[in-house]
Write a protein that binds this ligand. Sequence first.
Ligand SMILES: [Zn+2]
Length: 167
Amino acid sequence: MKLPLDYVCINSGLLCDRCQSLVDEGQIDDFEIEVMKSLIEIEGEVRELKDSTYNKSLQVNNLIIVVVTSGPDMTQQKWVKVAKMLHEKLGKKVRIIENTNNIKQGVIQVMFPARVLGVNTVWLPDGSVQHIVRITKEDKKVLPASDSELETLLSKLYSTQIKIRAE
Ligand SMILES: [Zn+2]
């Protein structure tokens, strides 16, 4: 897998200057090293991971979102397998999503199995933008984390204010 840190640094836990500076600058969170280490192990079994790219992971409470760019040999089924293996290794709920600048596409992947009715863009009086993700009240129960946790995670993921509204 294409990873932002070197394989040897991830596996040994002793980071070279380049890798260490990515962590120090906050481009990589400490917990991501563990995620990448697990992905390297999984790559031993799921060889098709080789040409896929790891972009980043975000974590709230019990949920980890891993953002990837799929290589030509990866399928949805294989990602489901990788997510299961990551879950077993990390002991947290894991969701792997495809890297996209399209907020709605990303939100749909993160919120599954809750269905997204729509994403509305709202301009606030101070000129900032807020995105409202609409779901049904019933689907609020099947969100992969609490709505406030998901709001934090999604806002960080897309560097914009994202709110969830159950209606
Ligand atoms: Zn390194």
